[in-house]
Design a protein around this ligand. Structure first.
Ligand SMILES: [Zn+2]
Length: 178
């Protein structure tokens, strides 16, 4: 039910869209308590992500359900007045969110979106736990990706030429003893 006056809606919108809104603070505090260190609203990254975890190469966006048009969410109800205006506005925000995510992905960043409704008291703990789980998965995945990037035959003995020009076989073990 949309029972808000335009002024109330305006105030809510400002609260949702502004910096340091409550949902963002919930996420930041949780991460901080769990030992994650981050930057806020990194100006040089597309979309000024709410939380930037460099070590995890991850940007977190905490999105208001109305403002960013959370699909199939009960907090995203199209207002009955100026409907077209709001529909278009939210659509533009959705398009911009998608564009920002693609840009960040191309720059090698992971993107995590947390919706405001996922931070309501009943769902908060589960959401934040799964965030931490996702972050550790990302870290492992990136770590493993680096290991896989090594040539497969790296463990195998291979031919090298020493200074005198003689070829000899070495293994990883020999090499690390040098
Ligand atoms: Zn939602």
């Amino acid at each position: 039910m949309d029972s808000q006056t335009p002024q109330q809606r305006h105030n809510n919108m400002a609260a949702i869209h502004g910096k340091d809104t409550k949902p963002e603070i919930i996420v930041r505090k949780y991460l901080w308590r769990h030992g994650f260190r981050y930057r806020l609203n990194h100006a040089r990254l597309p979309g000024r992500p709410d939380v930037v975890l460099r070590m995890y190469r991850t940007c977190i966006f905490v999105n208001g359900c109305f403002w960013h048009g959370h699909e199939n969410c009960r907090y995203y109800t199209v207002p009955k007045t100026r409907t077209e205006f709001w529909v278009n506005k939210v659509k533009r925000n959705q398009e911009r969110d998608l564009e920002v995510q693609h840009k960040l992905a191309r720059m090698g960043w992971h993107c995590i979106t947390i919706w405001e409704c996922e931070l309501k008291p009943a769902r908060r703990e589960a959401t934040l736990q799964s965030l931490v789980y996702t972050l550790s998965k990302i870290y492992l995945q990136d770590h493993r990706a680096k290991t896989y990037a090594l040539p497969e035959e790296d463990d195998a003995p291979r031919m090298v030429a020493d200074e005198s020009g003689n070829n000899s076989w070495i293994t990883e073990g020999n090499e690390s003893n040098k």
